[in-house]
Design a protein around this ligand. Structure first.
Ligand code: PLP
Length: 375
């Protein structure tokens, strides 16, 4: 009997990547694998994808180091750049691509370049064990998200300083949409317009589209697209994308560890706030918030048992939760319970719980067993 298990389908992952390539045929792909590849397991996702994408994008330098140490020798992009001098020096010695989004990062880089040049001139450099490589810097431009990025009017100055820096091999321009999943709000058109205007006089590679941009804003694919969640067959909003041909990569499942006959008017679980109005059978499932299944899951959220949806009832506890199997059920201890997967889409579950898909998959805990299959 298996407790909480995430089964990852490698061929579905590659199918989704091929689909992304067909949606953005003229763009290179920076596969975003932050947060343990969206909870799917970074090492295996890298192995599955390394020959199918042009770069990997991460949010923390630790994630970049993990990827490089797993043997991947290609391009790795720090999506928020280095956070301090120590990380910058690692970025240079490991030859990571980095975003620069603010003046503090620019100054750290220029300072390191100055020291590097001084040491080279003194001839000390050769004796050092650490070698720094000129790297590709992705200048982040704020086109309307107003979270990270330099203002459009600062772009020329940043670009000039970066291209003059001996530790910079190449400068790309990058930005990010804030409302790309809202097709009629008009905001994305404005962001594209600003990105166009600010980049038109520069000979740079450009990138602005993550998952929603790839799906809905063809005119904004540019040189690089940065897919994250859609690689896993999961929608960037709560409306499924299986009708676009994407295949869910993860199935989260567990097992029934008890089936109990239950009397009408009796409560179940902590707080006793769920009370059955009829005689029924209660199933106990070996998954809880200690595995990452949200504790505040409302009554009625579906799980799949023996091909039918049954409702979660009572409060989700750390290691278990309870479902109402119904008075006529024949489900047995050991039967599989699917929390989400191909036949119960995560979008439906997220919608019932009132969270976004991203949160459900990235909050799974290390206790969940991860298994990989190829078909
Ligand atoms: C997370 C992230 C992505 C990927 O986003 P999805 O919506 O999962 O495709 C792309 N670019 C940046 C800068 C990110 O932080």
């Amino acid at each position: 009997m298996k407790p909480a298990t995430a089964t990852i389908n490698g061929s579905a992952l590659r199918h989704n990547i091929e689909l992304i390539k067909s949606l953005a045929p003229n763009s290179k792909i920076c596969a975003v694998v932050k947060a343990n590849a969206y909870g799917q397991g970074i090492s295996r996702v890298i192995k599955s994808l390394e020959n199918h994408v042009d770069a990997f994008g991460v949010a923390r330098i630790k994630e970049a180091l993990t990827i490089q140490e797993s043997g991947y020798a290609g391009k790795i992009l720090l999506l928020e750049g280095f956070f301090d001098r120590e990380e910058l020096l690692k970025t240079l010695s490991r030859r990571f691509d980095t975003v620069i989004h603010c003046v503090e990062q620019l100054e750290l880089l220029l300072q390191a370049a100055k020291e590097w040049q001084a040491e080279q001139e003194k001839g000390f450099w050769k004796r050092k064990t650490k070698i720094y490589f000129p790297i590709t810097v992705w200048l982040k431009i704020d086109t309307g998200m107003h979270r990270l990025g330099v203002h459009p009017e600062q772009v020329a100055e940043f670009h000039q300083k970066l291209t003059a820096c001996p530790l910079v091999e190449k400068v790309n321009f990058v930005s990010h949409f804030s409302r790309a999943d809202e097709l009629d709000c008009g905001y994305t058109e404005k962001q594209i317009e600003i990105f166009e205007a600010v980049s038109q006089h520069f000979d740079v590679e450009r990138s602005i589209s993550a998952s929603s941009g790839i799906l809905y804003w063809k005119q904004a694919h540019y040189d690089w697209v940065r897919p994250g969640i859609i690689m896993h067959g999961i929608s960037p909003h709560n409306k499924p994308i299986t009708d676009l041909g994407f295949k869910p990569v993860m199935t989260l499942s567990s097992s029934l560890i008890a089936v109990r006959s239950h009397k009408a008017h009796e409560p179940v679980g902590y707080g006793g706030y769920w009370v059955s109005h009829r005689d029924t059978n209660i199933g106990v499932v070996a998954i809880g918030y200690g595995d990452g299944y949200p504790r505040n899951t409302p009554e009625g959220t579906p799980v799949l048992i023996n091909g039918r949806k049954v409702p979660v009832i009572g409060r989700v506890s750390m290691d278990m939760m309870t479902v109402d199997l119904g008075p006529d059920s024949i489900d047995k201890v050991g039967d599989e319970v699917v929390l989400w997967g191909e036949d119960l889409l995560i979008e439906e579950v997220a919608d019932a719980i009132g969270v976004i898909n991203y949160e459900l998959i990235t909050k799974l805990t290390p206790r969940v067993i991860t298994e990989y299959k190829e078909s």
